[in-house]
Design a protein around this ligand. Structure first.
Ligand code: GDP
Ligand code: ZN
Length: 458
């Protein structure tokens, strides 16, 4: 297959003082040397060097940029192709001009994720690592970053490889049994399937239990703030957003009709939902009707219900308690700086086991307790600092679940005395499905779809 040479801006749009234009492919040097003037032509300098020079428009001879240019020769590069990276200092316009020149002199604009796609297609990284690169770009908190890093380093891949190996051994044993029916290996084979199959099933189960946390770390815990007018919802929102580093998301290519704001609460990324203003709404039930508001609350993973310390519980409050019945909720009794009119006993009863926190947002009191409650709710004690090689990607989760089912079917077929070749079908299926996680046996269309989700320039 013939490959062309691609180029893109590989730094976040509009951010930072330096912008990098990355060019990758067989004609990378040819393209860059038309634009670059320095001590030596780029084609003549050593690989993995940074070279000072100027970028000029060959047509006009005009100098566009003073630039540091990295030269990276195949195959020891991200894409395994020749790569030139032009570091520009002049802000967005000059980065854009350099890119335009590269495109005019032989490069094609890279599709989103195309650099990483090439890394994958050229065998530098496997699919789960490629997906992790995408997660890294989007990582919302340090912990999410760690999960993605572990995956980039291939931890998930190597665990999957081990499981596949085990399955392969059973298949091989079954194979022997089919080929030599007179050799009474049936018992041995069944024993092996029981043993390895159970091991694999448990290992997949383990991976899956980390999946829920991983997904939240990656995507954020979707959160709604509920409460009657004037209880302090806006104040709470502002406090959470301003006291904590708000996480700006700017993922090109994803259109969202829901406005979201991310805040990092002690390592837990909260995704504060604002679907049509519901994130912070004065009377959710009145505005949307009972059914829709129930759905919004249900779809969220966490509800923060705010009450007023200075007023007795009202009927509207009780309505809201009904709404959050089956939901992870933290009850916040706000305005403790004012006279106590609410019955905290009544609140605790209505809270039905959910944590109740008292705050004075006006005096910035109690917010620590709230943050701690959020952290505890999420980590439930055990997850922290432990093995962060979670599975965090919904495609991986679906495949692992599928693999688990196949292994279970194999196990029960083996138990039920089904013919060995029937058992083999299930084992092989599990082996294939696990292979899909790391990109063995995936169809081209899937690959295209995955890589198109990347940011431009990665
Ligand atoms: P929302 O309608 O639920 O969004 O409530 P707001 O956050 O807009 O707050 C309503 C009013 O209560 C504002 O005047 C706030 O300054 C005030 N407020 C918020 N929190 C507190 C608090 O802890 N104590 C007191 N005394 N007033 C508060
Ligand atoms: Zn408000």
């Amino acid at each position: 297959m013939e490959t062309d040479t691609i180029a893109a801006i590989s730094t976040p749009m509009g951010e930072g003082a330096i912008g990098i234009v990355r060019i990758s492919g067989p004609a990378a040097f040819q393209v860059a040397d038309q634009l670059y003037t320095g001590k030596k032509a780029l084609a003549e300098v050593d690989t993995h060097t940074i070279n000072y020079g100027h970028i000029q428009d060959p047509a006009s001879g005009e100098t566009v940029e003073e630039a540091m240019v990295s030269v990276l020769r195949a195959p020891r590069t991200y894409t395994k192709e020749d790569i030139i990276e032009i570091n520009c200092h002049g802000g967005l316009t000059s980065v854009n001009r350099v890119l335009q020149l590269a495109l005019r002199y032989g490069a094609r604009l890279a599709e989103p994720g195309e650099f990483t796609k090439r890394a994958f297609l050229n065998g530098r990284i496997d699919l789960s690592q490629a997906e992790a690169v995408m997660d890294l770009i989007r990582a919302k908190t340090d912990q999410a970053m760690n999960v993605a890093m572990n995956q980039v380093e291939g931890k998930l891949s190597s665990r999957i490889q081990t499981l596949r190996q085990k399955l392969l051994e059973t298949v091989a044993s079954v194979e022997v049994n089919i080929d030599y029916p007179e050799y009474d290996a049936e018992e041995v084979t069944l024993e092996m399937i029981r043993e390895k199959g159970t091991e694999v099933e448990q290992a997949i189960e383990e991976l899956l239990t980390t999946a829920h946390q991983g997904k939240i770390l990656r995507e954020g815990l979707s959160t709604v703030i509920l409460g009657r007018p004037n209880v302090g919802k806006s104040s709470l929102l502002n406090n959470l957003v301003h006291e904590n580093k708000a996480i700006v998301t700017d993922i090109p290519g994803t259109t969202r009709d829901v406005v979201e704001e991310y805040v990092n609460i002690r390592g837990v990324p909260l995704r504060l939902l604002d679907t049509a203003g519901i994130r912070e709404t004065e009377d959710i039930v009145e505005r949307l009707g009972v059914e829709r508001s129930r759905k919004v609350v249900k779809d969220a993973e966490l509800a923060l219900l705010v009450l007023n310390y200075n007023e007795a519980i009202t009927e509207a409050d009780e309505e809201l308690f009904k709404l959050i019945q089956d939901q992870d909720t933290i009850i916040i009794v706000n305005k403790t700086d004012l006279a106590p009119e609410i019955s905290l006993d009544q609140v605790k009863e209505l809270a039905n086991g959910n944590p109740v926190i008292t705050t004075s947002l006006l005096k910035d009191e109690g917010v620590d307790d709230l943050e701690e409650a959020i952290r505890e709710l999420f980590f439930a004690g055990e997850m922290e600092g432990g093995d962060l090689s979670y599975v965090s990607n919904s495609r991986h989760i679906a495949l692992l679940e599928q693999a688990k089912r196949s292994v279970q079917e194999a196990l029960s077929a083996a138990e039920g005395g089904m013919p060995i070749d029937m058992v083999q079908i299930d084992i092989t299926r599990a082996w294939e499905v696990l292979g899909e996680v790391i990109g063995d046996s995936v169809q081209e269309s899937l690959i295209d779809q995955l890589f198109s989700q990347f940011c431009l320039g990665k």
